[in-house]
Ligand binder design. Structure first.
Ligand SMILES: Nc1ncnc2c1ncn2[C@@H]1O[C@H](COP(=O)(O)OP(=O)(O)OP(=O)(O)O)[C@@H](O)[C@H]1O
Ligand SMILES: [Mg+2]
Length: 770
């Protein structure tokens, strides 16, 4: 089948051809007719088989029919790749938007876009806000849908797919998946055509590598062994990389820890440095300079990365910031960077020109579980980065075995094995309380009928004992009732908030009485009736009606876990109960870090003492007491560590110092500041809701969190291009606010550190204009 055979206008087909796609791959040729018929589709095919094109066809058809399409991606990095491709259709008037951050805003501008690329969380947030244009959506793409099994983020993907499936306008769902054993079950759940294939456009040969020899499995599952023939083959990954480089190819190496990524990149830079051409040297120098300029503050990590990039080698992990990662990916795509040593964060879905992939570690540190094997699916995703169409004509993946007696096990598990089945994680701690509250707050669930319908629509119900699920739902609803997020109206028309014990199960009374102290009954949401009109589930036949309280509604719309909202509310009550109590930033930050939405920093053993001391020295600042249980204490100390990082950030400690003090990367600072800002904003909003008198200090803290400054710089950083570093330099030079700055001469300004001629002029223009 040719591209021109697709039922789309010629001008669109021309754009697809310009992307280098002329004839269709066989899984695409099989899938596209189903898409053209408007059917739901689950496509479970290998990496690089061109799944995105099938989704694009669906999306474009949806838009041409006058609707909107939502393209859900699991990672921000992938969002940018999809946007870059979809923007090509801008020339025929199709508008593409992206929605990957900014949790509580009403995104009106998206209303004008035809295709919206979003993370699952953002799509969920759009559903919760019930944006008007939801009814225009007629196609939803779920990329990397196998990530439904991820305990942290999977339930959100599952619930939104269940939701889109039951919206009244008949949405076409196109789900793209890796090959998994139970893809048929997932297709069944989605009421989708199931398309499974092992076909890959570029041959990918996978080996287990040990002691200079490579092992692979033939079609009958027999293991064969051969000499790799690489020079110095006993050196493991080094010999594979060296050989690859000598043949002029690029390589991706996956390791299980950031420090290992850095040390491997360092080691390999000795090789890549020698192989650079003169033209490459210039380009690499440019990349290196871009990394140093990517952030306002330079850190040792950025300097190290810049130094390695100049030599043609790189590392890649979550401690880097998004701009740094983009520079690395671009440099690799253009062929200047010859090797990237990465943690598995790079694995899912990205297109990179790696002829070879090396998987050096098959175990990963998983907190309390210690070293645990990495899933087959994930290792296959890593291997699948090798041999991408358009870049390579073949690909090779090497999984390194640490010893000879591990070889058979690794071959059987990762080369022959089919991998894990996708299992719903909706039953994990927290997922149900988040999604049931969201369902009721947005009016998707209004009574027992629609609750039942919601349960039935989930993969969880599809896969597990429904009785067990009902039991969990029952205790979750009771929790939401007694904690003030919900009310229900009984058959007599009375509003109640005591436990319902639905489904007559004996749900344990997990939350009884814990939140009573200082608790003010939240007011009912005024427009509850109109808001909770059922969106898609018809008329309720039962007597019971669910309503969100204002607290429940706000929690859901703020996109915070109800448990986070409770922690924030309880802290506010403690502050309110003693008006003379000084609000300590560290104490408030610690509360943010106790929320399940925060991702606390890992606490190293040696750090326990430091943060125990910090707690003991500043006990009065904290709103919560340290737990006695040693297991809980360790958690508590990691929360204190995270709070302390945020506090240092707001006290203007420079980023380089923070990265050293906490053993983190600049990307970790960014992500915690982002989470901290969102939770602090939520706390402030809840303070307003509960008429807490001290909203003002929270507002100020929020501004300080966003900027990383002490309060005294607040006016200066409101000037364009003045951040915390320049703001501090200006302040220290005596220009403490806009008024003082207006008196400054051009000469005085350029004598200030970090202020160049152009900026000095801009500052003068700005402060004098007001
Ligand atoms: N029919 C085709 N002819 C030539 N190139 C194609 C064709 N279809 C897709 N490609 C190219 O193949 C590459 C891989 O496609 P895509 O990213 O869609 O793979 P994928 O199936 O989503 O893989 P992964 O599971 O790794 O995400 C892309 O660069 C794409 O442009
Ligand atoms: Mg893909």
């Amino acid at each position: 089948m040719l591209v021109d055979d697709i039922d789309l206008p010629q001008e669109i087909l021309n754009i697809i051809s310009e992307m280098g796609i002329k004839s269709l791959y066989s899984p695409q040729a099989e899938a596209i007719p189903h898409v053209e018929e408007g059917k739901n589709l689950l496509m479970a095919v290998p990496t690089a088989a061109g799944k995105s094109l099938v989704a694009y066809v669906g999306v474009l058809r949806g838009v041409l029919r006058g609707g909107k399409a939502l393209y859900i991606v699991p990672l921000r990095a992938l969002a940018w790749e999809k946007i870059d491709e979809l923007k090509r259709f801008g020339s025929v008037g199709i508008k593409v938007g992206v929605s990957v951050g900014d949790y509580d805003s009403a995104p009106e501008k998206l209303a004008r876009c035809d295709i919206i690329v979003a993370t699952a969380e953002k799509a969920d947030s759009l559903l919760r806000h019930r944006v008007k244009w939801l009814r225009d959506i007629n196609v939803v793409v779920a990329d990397e849908v196998h990530l439904i099994q991820d305990a942290k983020r999977g339930p959100t993907m599952e619930v939104i797919l269940a939701r889109f499936k039951s919206l009244p306008q008949n949405i076409q769902i196109i789900a793209l998946s890796a090959t998994v054993p139970n893809s048929e079950e997932i297709a069944d759940w989605l009421e989708a055509v199931h398309l499974k294939s092992d076909w890959r456009p570029v041959e990918l040969r996978s080996y287990v590598f040990q002691g200079g020899e490579q092992y692979h499995a033939n079609q009958d599952g027999e293991i064969t062994r051969e000499e790799s023939g690489f020079p110095n083959a006993k050196k493991g990954e080094e010999s594979i990389i060296r050989d690859n480089l000598e043949k002029g190819h690029q390589c991706l190496a996956f390791v299980n820890a950031r420090s290992r990524a850095v040390s491997l990149a360092r080691k390999m830079s000795v090789l890549t440095e020698k192989s650079r051409t003169t033209a490459e040297k210039d380009k690499l120098k440019e990349l290196s300079e871009q990394v140093l300029k990517a952030e306002r503050e330079t850190t040792d990590i950025a300097r190290e990365l810049a130094g390695l990039l100049e030599k043609g080698s790189s590392f890649h992990h979550a401690g880097l910031t998004d701009p740094m990662r983009k520079i690395i990916e671009k440099g690799f795509r253009l062929g200047y960077i010859k090797i990237i040593a990465a943690t598995p964060t790079l694995a899912a879905g990205v297109n990179l020109p790696a002829r070879r992939v090396i998987v050096r570690d098959i175990y990963r540190y998983e907190g309390r579980r210690g070293m645990a094997p990495i899933s087959v699916l994930e290792i296959k995703q890593m291997c699948g980065r090798a041999g991408r169409p358009g870049y390579d004509t073949e690909g090779e993946a090497f999984i390194i075995a640490s010893s000879r007696n591990k070889v058979r096990e690794i071959v059987e598990r990762y080369l022959i094995g089919e991998g894990e089945s996708i299992q719903s994680k909706l039953g994990v701690e927290g997922a149900l309380r988040v999604h049931i509250l969201a369902s009721i707050a947005a009016g998707f669930v209004t009574g027992l009928d629609s609750l039942e319908k919601f349960i039935d629509s989930t993969l969880y119900a599809h896969q597990s004992d429904k009785y067990f699920l009902k039991e969990q739902i029952s205790s979750t609803i009771d929790f939401l009732l007694v904690s003030g997020f919900l009310k229900y109206m009984d058959e007599n028309g009375d509003f109640k908030s005591e436990k319902l014990s639905l489904y007559e199960c004996k749900a344990p009374n997990v939350f009884s009485g814990s939140f009573k102290d200082g608790w003010n009954e939240p007011p009912m949401f005024e427009n509850a009736l109109s808001l909770t009109e059922s969106v898609c589930n018809g008329i309720e036949t039962g007597a019971i009606r669910f309503y969100p309280t204002e607290f429940g509604l706000r929690t859901s719309r703020l996109y915070v876990d109800p448990m986070s909202a409770l922690n924030l509310r309880n802290a506010l009550m403690v502050l309110e109960s003693d008006p003379h109590r000084k609000i300590s930033a560290l104490g408030v930050l610690h509360i943010l870090c106790t929320c399940p939405d925060m991702n606390p920093l890992y606490l190293r053993r040696a750090e326990s003492l430091t943060f125990t001391e910090l707690y003991n020295n500043r006990k009065d600042d904290f709103l919560v007491e340290a737990p006695a249980d040693p297991y809980e204490l360790e958690f508590f100390l990691s929360e204190i560590k995270t709070a302390s990082l945020l506090d240092d950030w707001m006290e203007e400690m420079c980023e380089d110092e923070i990265t050293k003090k906490y053993n983190v990367g600049p990307g970790d600072i960014r992500s915690r500041v982002e989470l901290g800002g969102w939770l602090l904003y939520s706390m402030k909003e809840l303070a307003k809701l509960f008429s807490i008198s001290r909203v003002d200090p929270l507002e100020k803290m929020l501004m300080r969190m966003k900027q990383g400054i002490k309060e005294e710089l607040s006016e200066l950083v409101s000037i364009r291009d003045v951040g915390r570093v320049r703001g501090r330099a200006l302040y220290n030079a005596g220009f403490t606010d806009r008024k003082e700055l207006a008196k400054a001469s051009y000469e005085q300004l350029i004598a200030t550190r970090g202020i160049g001629k152009v900026l000095a002029e801009k500052i003068i223009g700005e402060v004098k204009s007001r």
